[in-house]
Design a protein around this ligand. Structure first.
Ligand code: FAD
Length: 292
């Protein structure tokens, strides 16, 4: 594979990035860690005459406390997320996902922004961020748009992002008492294997241990991250027991729209969704109860 000829540009500010993308429009693409984009350019999935690197834009870096939780800059690497004490404290499930992704080499380069904007159906961060109630900030010269992460995705590799918009940060609310989240992922190898199916779940428990709120989000089994619509109605107000787990697993399997490919059949993936939903909910419950 040979990288097709493209001119490389460095933007040092958001304004410069906007100016450069405005100059070439559809002929230009933003670059962060390059772990997806360079592969896609080499394989001709995408074509670009100009590549605009965002990596010098300081405003996109860092992981820091925000008003109520954590601000994760779009250029934060997977390794920074995997090792951040703040992420561990405020949104552990996001760290779980980052630790399972790719390999140490890739995690050192790959960014949170690239994982989200790439909108690959099996990406690991969107489902854990969705069950953590995360929102995205998209910057353009006309202002900043803030939206829940689940509203960002339209389909496989398709999002609502306009060409001139830069994802600047992800805002993740902290975990209140009684909140817990878990991530269960199935891949074919320990490292450098994308998910065949994955499920993230979060629970907010009432003082009596019953479920106040629940979110279940599926990955790699539909064109985009999919929140299970019936998860709340089957579990709300009840203590999570075997019956609840079974009903939630069935609801998740019904919401999945898996395909058959080299990694697994649609039937196998749907079965995985049931098992992974149970695992993610049990982890969420244990964490919501404060169990280690
Ligand atoms: C060997 C290998 C293993 C992998 N394993 C996994 C895995 O286990 N799980 C997983 O989810 N992914 C995996 N990936 C995919 C990839 O590494 C991740 O999705 C990574 O987070 C992409 O980030 P990046 O910074 O490299 O993005 P880039 O490749 O730089 O960009 C990806 C896309 O996002 C756009 N973009 C990037 N940042 C911004 C921004 N701030 N604003 C606007 N647009 C932006 C780019 O234009 C491009 O379209 C793997 C890749 C490789 C090569």
């Amino acid at each position: 594979m040979i990288l097709s000829e493209a001119e490389f540009h460095n933007a040092s500010t958001l304004e410069q990035a906007a100016e450069l993308i405005g100059r070439w429009g559809k002929q230009a693409l933003f670059l962060a860690g390059g772990t997806s984009l360079l592969v896609d350019l080499k394989s001709d999935r995408y074509r670009a005459r100009h590549v605009i690197s965002l990596t010098r834009i300081a405003a996109l870096r860092g992981i820091a406390p925000a008003d109520d939780g954590v601000r994760i800059g779009a250029l934060a690497t997977l390794d920074e997320v995997a090792t951040s004490a703040l992420v561990r404290e405020e949104c552990l499930v996001v760290q779980d996902a980052a630790r399972e992704m790719a390999s140490p080499q890739v995690r050192n380069l790959a960014t949170v922004g690239g994982n989200i904007v790439g909108a690959v159906p099996c990406a690991d961060l969107p489902p854990v961020l969705a069950v953590s109630n995360a929102t995205l900030n998209l910057w353009s010269p006309s202002g900043v748009r803030n939206m829940p992460i689940e509203d960002f995705f339209v389909g496989s590799r398709q999002t609502v992002r306009r060409d001139d918009e830069v994802l600047t940060e992800v805002l993740v609310p902290g975990s209140p008492a009684g909140f817990g989240a878990g991530y269960a992922r199935f891949g074919l190898r320990q490292a450098n294997s994308v998910a065949v199916a994955a499920v993230a779940a979060s629970l907010q428990l009432n003082a009596d241990g019953s479920v106040a709120r629940v979110r279940v989000c599926l990955s790699a089994v539909a064109a985009k991250p999919t929140l299970v619509p019936d998860a709340h109605s089957v579990l709300a107000g009840k203590v999570l027991n075997e019956n609840g787990l079974e009903r939630a697993a069935q609801a998740a399997m019904a919401a999945a729209l898996p395909i058959t490919d080299l990694r697994g059949s649609d039937v196998y993936r749907r079965e995985l969704v049931g098992t992974l939903t149970r695992r993610a909910l049990l982890t969420a419950q244990a964490r919501a109860r404060g169990e280690k």
